[in-house]
Design a protein around this ligand. Structure first.
Ligand SMILES: Cc1cc2nc3c(=O)[nH]c(=O)nc-3n(C[C@H](O)[C@H](O)[C@H](O)COP(=O)(O)OP(=O)(O)OC[C@H]3O[C@@H](n4cnc5c(N)ncnc54)[C@H](O)[C@@H]3O)c2cc1C
Length: 504
């Protein structure tokens, strides 16, 4: 019922597509951030989202947080299985069916409904191979931190966890040479006062609603939402995208639109998959290539006795240390499952388990790629099923060993013992990047430094598919800041065009 109020009618959009300035595909943080920004500058925007509307908030900010049996069922409504496999497995796929070893999510809000909230910045050296510097990007980080309320990033947004134990543990870790900081978390810590009511976890669907820009299509200028609608193909005619092919998943009806502009925000891998299905790789063999994910080691430490207070510390990466460690606790639970609301909000008074997650910078190799498969229907619609083909380099394997070897040192500094550690397979960090890499030179990149395709004037990408590599920090804040930057560049271009026309 609520969905029927928030969503627009696909028939109406199909009939008046010429009134839409930007079609944004995907409603996660990449999609909503640029959609709201463009609408705030006066554009008419339509977000097309494959998944259904299920909730207006992050599950950890909702009462579902206290229902450990219900939250995995909410995931089950909207997740589907994907394959991240080695070259060897890929080559033997006719003999051995591909394993489904990974997960993707499809719903209004995308993964922002479930994500863990850890929102650090990349460090300046992470931008060495990007077509812009940290210094140029820093103002977008500042704004993105404000938009998604990153704790600790401004005086009115204090740290989320405050306990003497946390301060003492950070001190001990620093004395042992680690760059220990309060974890920057995207949970609104601003005081509830003077009309400000805390927003909890950032979620793009809540943000879209709060922006006041969500409108029924055709009635007002703003952002309209089509849910349960898959873009199955993008069609190009010369240097322009000339058609979007849509499938409404409830009625199974198909639609064709002629868009003025299109922004891909389907999430890493999915934007690339859509580009491949649409044959946009015909003119560049870079499309689909240079895919990567964080190297991911997770583990469990045990404290000698309960500390009674929550703990959430980040060992931030440095130029010398190309990995980051999230340390969270203390819990009764002894392992992390991505299908619960959050792993760390509900610490246990008597808990002695501390969970840690190390994210290492993975190498970026051309042959790590998205492959369309000859048969099978993708749950996202369209003819082709896909898989990600990825192998670790020798350098990756060395870094994984270094991360594992470093953890007992971390445990020692905290007075805890590492009792379990596991290297998770590629893709499981859910921090995927690449496939549509940006650059300054059209001969070695798919999009320009802002995310506009070199070969198609009216096609852009707002998500991590454009990234050439990533730092050790989790990606959400950087995705949000990149999407904001793309929208600002589009708006600046429009103003420059208007100024030129006025002069003539
Ligand atoms: C459990 C969990 C915990 C996480 N914790 C963290 C964390 O602590 N910190 C962090 O930085 N990151 C974390 N992440 C990762 C983070 O959530 C993602 O990197 C980020 O949300 C991606 O945003 P996005 O907008 O690019 O993509 P998504 O959120 O994936 O949104 C893309 C949307 O596009 C839609 N779509 C795709 N294809 C089509 C199509 N063809 N037509 C129409 N719609 C389409 C999808 O249905 C989806 O809703 C976590 C992820 C999960 C699942």
């Amino acid at each position: 019922m609520l969905a029927s109020i928030l969503e627009s009618d696909i028939e109406a959009v199909a009939k008046a597509a010429d009134k839409v300035d930007y079609f944004v595909i995907g409603s996660g943080t990449a999609g909503v951030t640029s959609a709201v920004e463009l609408a705030s500058a006066g554009f008419n925007v339509v977000i097309i989202e494959a998944g259904p509307f299920i909730t207006a908030n992050h599950v950890g900010t909702s009462p579902f947080r206290s229902q450990p049996e219900i939250v995995p069922k909410i995931h089950a409504l909207v997740k589907y299985d994907t394959s991240w496999i080695s070259e060897e497995n890929f080559n033997s796929r006719e003999a051995t069916p591909l394993i489904k070893n990974n997960t993707a999510w499809s719903l209004v809000g995308g993964r922002t409904v479930f994500w863990g909230g850890c929102a650090p910045r990349f460090i300046p050296s992470d931008f060495a191979d990007w077509p812009f510097s940290y210094e140029e990007f820093a103002p977008y980080y500042d704004e993105a931190e404000r938009i998604i309320h990153v704790s600790g990033s401004a005086p009115n947004r204090p740290h989320f966890i405050k306990s003497d134990w946390q301060y003492a543990a950070m001190e001990k870790l620093r004395n042992s040479g680690f760059n220990a900081i309060h974890a920057p978390v995207s949970v609104d810590t601003e005081s509830v006062a003077n009309g400000h009511i805390s927003h909890g976890f950032d979620s793009s669907v809540a943000r879209l609603l709060r922006s006041g820009k969500l409108v029924p299509f055709g009635e007002k200028q703003g952002v309209s939402l089509l849910a349960n609608t898959v873009v199955v193909k993008i069609e190009a005619d010369g240097e322009k995208i000339s058609k979007l092919h849509l499938l409404e998943t409830q009625t199974k009806k198909r639609y064709e639109l002629t868009p003025k502009n299109v922004i891909l925000a389907c999430g890493g891998i999915q934007s690339t998959r859509l580009a491949l299905v649409s044959g946009l790789d015909k003119e560049s063999d870079l499309v689909g290539k240079y895919v990567s994910d964080h190297l991911f080691v997770q583990g469990l430490m045990k404290l000698r006795e309960p500390i009674g207070v929550p703990l959430y510390i980040l060992l931030a990466a440095t130029e010398q240390l190309p990995y980051q460690v999230q340390i969270q606790g203390a819990f009764d639970a002894d392992w992390y499952s991505p299908y619960h609301s959050t792993v760390w909000l509900d610490h246990h008074q008597e808990g002695t388990n501390i969970l840690f997650y190390c994210f290492g910078i993975g190498s970026v190799q051309k042959n790590n790629r998205v492959e369309l498969l000859e048969s099978g229907e993708c749950p996202r619609g369209g003819k082709s099923e896909y898989c990600v083909v990825i192998d670790h380099s020798d350098e990756d394997r060395e870094l994984i060993k270094t991360m594992m070897a470093g953890m007992p040192e971390v445990g020692k500094a905290l007075g805890a013992e590492v009792v379990r550690m596991k290297e998770n397979p590629p893709g499981s960090a859910l921090h995927e990047i690449g496939g549509l890499r940006m650059g300054k030179d059209p001969s070695n990149s798919v999009t320009d430094p802002n995310g506009r395709f070199w070969r198609y004037q009216n096609l852009y990408c707002a998500d991590s598919s454009t990234w050439r590599n990533q730092g050790a920090a989790n990606p959400y804040l950087t995705i949000t800041a990149c999407s904001l930057r793309l929208a600002r560049k589009i708006i600046a271009d429009k103003h420059a065009r208007l100024a030129r026309t006025a002069k003539i």
